[in-house]
Design a protein around this ligand. Structure first.
Ligand code: ADP
Ligand code: ASP
Ligand code: MG
Length: 464
């Protein structure tokens, strides 16, 4: 019985509790990504979705995204435009192109809305060099104004309710307080994603894809029953659809699995979007704006639902570099690992993995972060631990094979290696997290896509 209850908690329990408590119905926070709001036609679909369920009360929009594969996202146009801030002629042209994107949406929706004032201010602030964060944030800000007008919802500027401290670090508690107080005053509102403000009022953004985080913050603040994240795919897929054609959809995934996958490149949801929700156990439903009838993927704190396959998902990234250090009897040298890692710390480089053997120690880092400091790091390691040999291996890709079901299934690693060896792919590194939730595999950049396909095939296609 207890087991049953715990199973139901993550998704159903929250609803039951709220209804019994007699509150005024459910609250859903809905976030729409860039491609969901790229044109007037997409805005109409969004409006239909919102009006189809009165519980969809708080809406977080991204900036208009691509309307086709060759199009440019408004956020990228804004970064580019800001880089021309010192050139009046280029600025005029680039601002006009951005304004045209919004005007096309406004006209397509038949709205009586003018963004003249806003664009005048944006130009002035660009000329005063207000910062690239300010520039990028205008994409969501303006889209929020248009969407609020179209839905006839209140518009709340995220700069009023999303707080960063003076060092630019997101202040979760202050934000939660302000957001809750402000949203308490309104039944239905649009809050643009991606940005907030520092104590001096200057605009600060999250990292790219950060509107997902804003959605989570709003969901936490209003104690939402559900956070719906609307995008252009019918859920979190087992792997990247650019690598495998029509991959299977994941029905249910846990926060921890999702974090592993999104950190390793499954960009459908920002890796940090789960933090505000974890505190409340609020489920996320990834949905497709173009196919609202599809159930999508449910992301929960924990679940008894077994994944359909041994693994839940596969994600990966290229562009890593391994620093391989060998020294006889390093295992008995206390503090060896600390001394090596300290060199990376002193050079401001974060490490991804540290697989090690008895006399070998490898540090895996992002190649782009490492490159300009490589000689400092090499000499630093020589001074710190006097290795017998030190060599670098660049051009590596890391693949994360993630799944809560792996712990209960023996031989997962064996199957991965069999698949890779069958595809004639040389495995450069393996690292298994202590949680047994993931296995990380290093391969050469050029083997990356084939390796992902081979792993997908063995677990999903053949299901051996
Ligand atoms: P949005 O603009 O709605 O935030 P994103 O572009 O950030 O959308 O994320 C959705 C995209 O993520 C999909 O169109 C897809 O190409 C890509 N993607 C990469 N890996 C995955 C995955 N495992 N599952 C689903 N989508 C993925
Ligand atoms: N518009 C921002 C970006 O392109 C944020 C987002 O879409 O989530 O990264
Ligand atoms: Mg996104």
């Amino acid at each position: 019985m207890l087991y049953q209850n715990r199973c139901g908690y993550a998704f159903l329990g929250v609803h039951v509790e709220k209804r019994i408590g007699g509150t005024s119905g459910m609250k859903k926070v809905v976030k729409f990504g860039g491609s969901s709001l790229a044109s007037a036609e997409q805005f109409r679909k969004v409006s239909e979705i919102i009006h189809a369920d009165k519980d969809r009360r708080y809406v977080v929009p991204s900036a208009p995204g691509k309307r086709g594969s060759k199009d440019t996202k408004v956020t990228d146009m804004l970064y580019d435009c800001y880089s021309a801030a010192g050139d009046a002629e280029a600025l005029t042209k680039k601002i006009a192109a951005i304004q045209a994107r919004y005007q096309e949406i406004i006209d397509g929706l038949g709205l009586e809305l003018s963004l003249e004032e806003q664009f005048k201010e944006i130009r002035e602030r660009f000329e005063q060099h207000a910062g690239s964060d300010y520039a990028a944030s205008r994409g969501e800000y303006l889209n929020g104004i248009v969407l609020a007008a179209y839905l006839e919802y209140d518009f709340i500027d995220a700069a009023e309710v999303i707080c960063f401290d003076e060092d630019g670090v997101f202040d979760a508690e202050k934000t939660d307080e302000k957001m809750r107080a402000r949203l308490g005053e309104t039944e239905r509102a649009v809050i643009p994603g991606f940005y907030g403000a520092m104590p001096d009022g200057s605009i600060k953004t999250f990292s790219r894809g950060g509107s997902d985080i804003t959605g989570s913050i709003v969901a936490r603040a209003v104690h939402a029953d559900l956070y719906e994240n609307w995008t252009d795919v019918s859920g979190f897929l087992v792997t990247d659809p650019h690598i495998v054609q029509n991959p299977e959809t994941i029905e249910t995934i846990t926060y921890r699995e999702l974090r592993e996958l999104s950190y390793m490149g499954a960009t459908v949801l920002h890796a940090d979007a789960i933090f505000p929700l974890r505190k409340e156990g609020i489920p996320i439903n990834i949905k497709n704006t173009n196919r609202p009838q599809d159930p999508g993927t449910l992301i929960v704190e924990s679940t008894c639902r077994q994944p359909r396959f041994t693994i839940t998902g596969i994600a990966g990234k290229k562009g890593f570099c391994a620093i391989n250090i060998e020294k006889d009897q390093m295992n008995s040298e206390i503090g060896f690992g600390r001394k090596v890692l300290q060199v990376f710390e002193e050079n401001g480089i974060s490490f991804e993995h540290v697989p090690s053997g008895i006399d070998t120690f490898t540090v895996i880092v992002h190649q782009s972060e490492f490159m300009e400091k490589e000689q400092n790091v090499i000499s630093g390691i020589h001074r710190a631990v006097q290795p017998d040999t030190l060599d670098l291996e660049s051009g590596l890709a890391l693949i994360a094979v993630v799944g809560r079901g792996m712990r209960a299934n023996r031989g997962t690693a064996g199957r991965i290696f069999a698949a890779l060896s069958h595809a004639r792919i040389n495995v450069k590194m393996i690292d298994q997290g202590s949680s047994e939730l993931n296995i990380i595999i290093g391969v050469r950049n050029e083997d990356f896509e084939n390796a992902v396909r081979a792993i997908y095939d063995i677990f999903v296609q053949t299901q051996l």
